[in-house]
Write a protein that binds this ligand. Structure first.
Ligand code: HEC
Length: 177
């Protein structure tokens, strides 16, 4: 929540959106005054004025629109191992959005993820990043969205169980030294 000078408040809520590659935010002014918003990039930002005190802003991620999944479905790896996980990670281009070394990217870094506690949008308590959470994050990325990151951004990968297991083993090797 932002505080405005006049003692009014601006409240923002991230809205779920069915549109791929985009996210929506409701911006509400609580108190006196009028709300206006001119986006810095009108090409990727759409502003809908609901009232003088409420705007709905839709941002489409250009970089993500250009992101095309070029997946070679015929993966050589059939076994379950961290090594196979690495092959899948590279083939699926997970690194386009996730670093393994703490660097910022489109998505959260996966360094030190396993066993850590993640802030999730709409959840009071932090989520333990156990095996179940990491699996779910890969198969159904919009079920629990990490704070600070947009929903509907990570593509849904329909991966077979053995590949998810391998990815899980590989992600667990990203440990803080
Ligand atoms: C186009 C960008 C993009 C690609 C490609 C992508 N992700 Fe993500 N991923 C995200 C974003 C953004 C989030 C955070 C929002 C959320 O929780 O859905 C995320 C969240 C995650 C999380 C939870 C991280 C946390 O901090 O709790 C895991 C695990 C994950 N992704 C694994 C993968 C794997 C494995 C692949 C490849 C098979 C992949 N991602 C490909 C964007 C991407």
């Amino acid at each position: 929540m932002y505080k405005t000078g006049a003692g009014s408040e601006i409240q923002t809520t991230i809205l779920p959106t069915s549109k791929p590659n985009s996210f929506q935010q409701r911006i509400q002014l609580i108190g006196t005054g009028k709300l206006d918003y001119s986006p810095t990039n009108p090409e990727t930002t759409e502003v809908k004025k609901v009232s003088d005190k409420e705007l709905v802003v839709t941002i489409s991620q250009d970089s993500i629109k250009q992101y095309e999944l070029k997946i070679d479905k015929a993966l050589a790896a059939k076994d379950v191992s961290a090594a196979s996980g690495e092959v899948i990670f590279n083939k699926m281009a997970c690194a386009t959005c996730h670093s393994a070394d703490g660097a910022k990217s489109h998505g959260p870094t996966l360094l030190g993820l396993a066993g850590s506690h993640r802030p999730i949008i709409g959840m009071k308590e932090k989520q333990l990043a156990d095996d179940a959470y990491i699996r779910e994050s890969i198969l159904a990325p919009n079920k629990k969205v990490v704070e600070g990151f947009p929903p509907n951004y990570m593509p849904v990968f329909n991966l077979p169980e053995n590949e998810v297991d391998s990815l899980l083993l590989y992600i667990k090797t990203f440990k803080n030294k």
